[in-house]
Design a protein around this ligand. Structure first.
Ligand SMILES: Cc1cc2nc3c(=O)[nH]c(=O)nc-3n(C[C@H](O)[C@H](O)[C@H](O)COP(=O)(O)O)c2cc1C
Length: 155
């Protein structure tokens, strides 16, 4: 952007792989700074409640655990064509443990974001993740440090 503000596009996990490929190609062609993958899902696949119960609960985006596998898959797919570290990919969706964070970093995430886990586990969640990363032998904890930022989103 002209004023130097990075521009990233956030994508849904419900898109087909081909749609994701198209968005990544367009983002690279337009010179965007990166992609945030992923938003919440409208899918109700694999959930424990009955279809009737899900119907009663109603529509809306689902976050947290049900997103974990697809969000990681989308990140990996993006990284097959989007160069690291030049092109930023913020990985979000179902991240709740240090193992999850390590999975995302290993798959090429530039930054890892947690939303639902932060809501449920509270402000000490970031510290738990950082300590977990150190325990797992993450070599560069300063580079991977979890921070809570101000604004509408917690990164
Ligand atoms: C209550 C709630 C509000 C959200 N608001 C926004 C929003 O304003 N803008 C946005 O891009 N994503 C929003 N999201 C999506 C999250 O940033 C995140 O992409 C998604 O919840 C998956 O991450 P999680 O599994 O860690 O929650 C919201 C999610 C929740 C649960």
């Amino acid at each position: 952007m002209a004023d130097g503000t990075p521009v990233l596009v956030k994508i849904a996990p419900d898109m087909s792989d081909e749609q994701i490929d198209g968005i990544v190609a367009l983002a690279l062609r337009l010179g965007l700074d990166g992609i945030i993958a992923t938003n919440t899902t409208v899918s109700r696949e694999g959930l424990a409640p009955s279809p009737a119960e899900l119907e009663r609960i109603g529509a809306g985006g689902l976050s947290g655990e049900p997103l974990r596998a697809r969000s990681l898959e989308v990140l990996s797919r993006i990284r097959t064509v989007a160069p690291a570290p030049e092109f930023c990919v913020i990985s979000v969706g179902g991240v709740s443990t240090a193992d999850d964070v390590l999975d995302r970093l290993s798959a090429g995430a530039t930054l890892v974001q947690g939303y639902t886990a932060f809501i449920y586990e509270g402000p000490l969640w970031a510290r738990t993740i950082n300590r977990g990363l150190v325990r797992l032998g993450w070599q560069s904890p300063s580079a991977a440090r979890v921070r809570v930022t101000r604004g509408t989103e917690s990164v």
